[in-house]
Design a protein around this ligand. Structure first.
Ligand code: CA
Length: 231
């Protein structure tokens, strides 16, 4: 899904730059690392990346002033930019967002957070890429926007319930055992009890409001998502 997505990393601390590049590569992105504003501008002139990770404190021209310049140039005004700041520099975050950063990441950060934020900004900026939505009857789920609606009424789901519903909706009418749901939705994790599934099914039904009866319990077998009760 992320194949061919180019991420320009502007970071003067080699160890952090390397770490970011490795994580991005691992997640399937195509990172390019430069160490300062001049390198970043040179890179942009050759090929426009899909997203820039921009360190705030750079030698020479700062990340802030670079971003300010990009935002005034029609060619880069809409370029997705996530800035990297140090934990203590709260004022930098505010300034960064005011200048037009799409998001910020505070150092030190986990690789998980990094990838999640990069993916989120990419998604926000590519609203029409692959059709990520699934519809069963009047129930609609959209992966890209993380929205679920029933009869055009918006529903609020927790992250696990969202994943669970997503899975059930992709194979409607089929009965799934708790074990299958655990391995498909939670991933193979022997530490998780099968009763966890019941807990989240219950929460999912609550969250689905008027569509709750679409989640059917099949005695002795498991659960299924069915549209028949709403026909
Ligand atoms: Ca720096």
């Amino acid at each position: 899904m992320v194949e061919g997505i180019k991420v320009l990393v502007v970071e003067d601390e080699p160890s952090i730059a390397d770490l970011i590049a490795i994580n991005l590569k691992h997640a399937g992105f195509e990172p390019t690392v430069v160490f300062d504003a001049i390198g970043a501008q040179r890179e942009l002139d050759v090929e426009m990346p899909d997203l820039v990770l921009l360190d705030w404190m750079l030698p020479g021209q700062s990340g802030e002033s670079l971003l300010r310049r990009w935002r005034t140039d029609p060619g880069t005004a809409a370029l997705p930019v996530i800035m990297l700041t140090a934990r203590s520099q709260e004022s930098d975050k505010v300034a960064g967002l005011e200048v037009g950063a799409d998001d910020y990441i505070t150092k030190p950060f986990s690789s998980r957070e990094l990838i999640a934020r990069v993916q989120a900004v990419i998604r926000r900026n590519r609203p029409f890429v692959p059709d990520s939505s699934v519809v069963v009857g009047a129930l609609k789920l959209d992966e890209a926007t993380h929205r679920v609606t029933f009869k055009h009424h918006s529903l609020k789901l927790g992250p696990t319930e969202f994943k669970l519903l997503n899975f059930l909706m992709r194979q409607p009418e089929r009965v799934h055992s708790r074990q299958r749901l655990l391995s498909q939705v939670w991933g193979d994790d022997s530490l998780i009890d099968e009763r966890t599934v019941d807990v989240h099914i219950k929460r999912l039904r609550q969250a689905l409001e008027d569509a709750a009866n679409m989640i059917e319990t099949v005695r002795g077998a498991g659960y299924r998502l069915s549209n028949t009760s709403n026909l």
